[in-house]
Design a protein around this ligand. Structure first.
Ligand code: JD8
Length: 277
C-alpha cells in the first residue's frame, strides 16, 4: 500500500516513522510519502489560506496550493506504479471512522490523505478530485480538533495493522473488538502479567488455575461487564443469538433481558431500574 499525506505540518507525521507503521515501512509493506503543502506556494509568505466567501470566522485553505500538490502527488504515484488512489479527507463532518471503514481502506492500494487546518479546504478541491477517485470524508470522533493530522495518524495505524504480515502471528487482529462480523462485538476485558503480586494487588485466581474453560468464561464475563458499563449500545446492537446461556445469565445480572415485545430473542434491552425480571 502507498500512502501520501499533504499537510502544512509535515513534522506532525513523524510518528509514522516509529512502531508498527515504522516497521511496516522498513519492511516495504507500506510506502509512505509526506508532502509539505507550502512546497506548492510561490508568494513570499507561502500563503495557503484566505478569508471565507460569505464572511464568518477564520480562514479557508486555498484551491491552488491543494490542486497543484494533489496533481503532483498523483503524477508521482502513477509514474512509480501506484494505482487506484482514494482521497481520505479528515473532517469533523465526515463519516465516523470505525473498524469497518478501517478494513475497507486497508483493501485499497493507495490512500492520499489531505489533513486540513483553519476552517477546512475550499470545497471545490474535494469536488474536483471526486471526479477522479473515491473520496472518504472521515471523522475520528465527536470532538473538535484544530486540524486533520491527528486523524491521519489514527487512520494510518488502524489501517496498517490490518495489512497482511504487519502484525506478528501473536498479535492477530482476527479477534479484535469492533471487527466487522465479530460474533459479539464486545470491549476487551482486563489483562494481567507478572509479577503475581504488585503493591498488595494479586491476580484473579481463575487466571492462575490453568483451567482454560473457566478462564475463557471469566474473560467473556469481564468483557460483558465492561461493555455493559462503557458501551451499552454495542450490546443492544448485537444479534441476541450471539449470546449463549452463560452470557444471558451474566447479562441478566447486569440488568439486561431480551426485549419482551419482540421475538423470544429480540434485541436485548435494559430492565428499567427496580423492575425485576
Ligand atoms: C480536520 C480543520 C478545525 C474544523 C473550525 C475547529 C477529524 N474528529 C475530528 N474533530 N475535528 C477534526 C478536524 C478538524 C479540523 C480539520 C479534521 C481541519 N479543522 C476546524 C471545523 C470548525 N475548526 C476531526 N477527522
Amino acid at each position: 500500500m502507498r500512502l501520501d499525506v499533504v499537510t502544512i505540518f509535515p513534522e506532525y507525521l513523524d510518528p509514522l516513522n516509529v512502531s508498527l507503521v515504522g516497521k511496516a515501512r522498513a519492511r516495504g509493506q507500506l510506502n509512505v510519502h509526506v508532502h509539505d503543502l507550502r512546497s506548492w506556494t510561490y508568494d513570499r509568505h507561502n500563503t495557503v489560506d484566505d478569508t471565507p466567501y460569505g464572511g464568518g470566522p477564520g480562514m479557508v485553505m486555498k484551491t491552488d496550493p491543494w490542486g497543484e500538490a494533489l496533481d503532483a502527488v498523483l503524477a508521482d504515484g502513477y509514474e512509480t506504479g501506484a494505482h487506484q488512489p482514494a482521497l481520505v479527507v479528515p473532517t469533523p463532518s465526515g463519516r465516523p471512522f470505525n473498524q469497518e471503514l478501517a478494513v475497507e481502506l486497508s483493501e485499497r492500494p493507495w490512500l492520499v490523505f489531505t489533513p486540513a487546518r483553519y476552517e477546512g479546504i475550499d470545497r471545490r478541491v474535494i469536488d474536483e478530485y471526486a471526479t477522479r477517485m473515491p473520496v472518504y470524508e472521515v471523522s475520528i470522533g465527536d470532538y473538535v480538533l484544530a486540524g486533520g493530522e491527528a486523524a491521519v495518524l489514527v487512520v494510518t495505524e488502524a489501517v496498517a495493522r490490518l495489512l497482511p504480515g504487519v502484525l506478528g502471528n501473536a498479535e492477530s487482529h482476527q479477534d479484535d473488538s469492533f471487527a466487522p462480523g465479530a460474533m459479539a462485538n464486545l470491549l476487551e476485558g482486563p489483562v494481567y502479567t507478572k509479577p503475581p503480586q504488585w503493591r498488595e494487588r494479586g491476580i484473579p485466581d481463575v487466571l492462575l488455575s490453568g483451567h482454560h474453560g473457566k478462564i475463557a468464561r471469566w474473560r467473556r464475563d469481564e468483557a460483558l461487564k465492561r461493555t455493559a458499563a462503557n458501551r451499552p449500545d454495542l450490546i443492544e446492537r448485537c444479534e441476541p443469538k450471539v449470546f449463549d446461556k452463560k452470557d444471558r445469565e451474566m447479562l441478566s445480572i447486569l440488568g439486561w433481558a431480551p426485549d419482551p415485545a419482540g421475538e423470544p430473542y429480540g434485541r436485548f434491552w435494559r430492565r428499567p431500574q427496580g423492575v425485576e425480571e
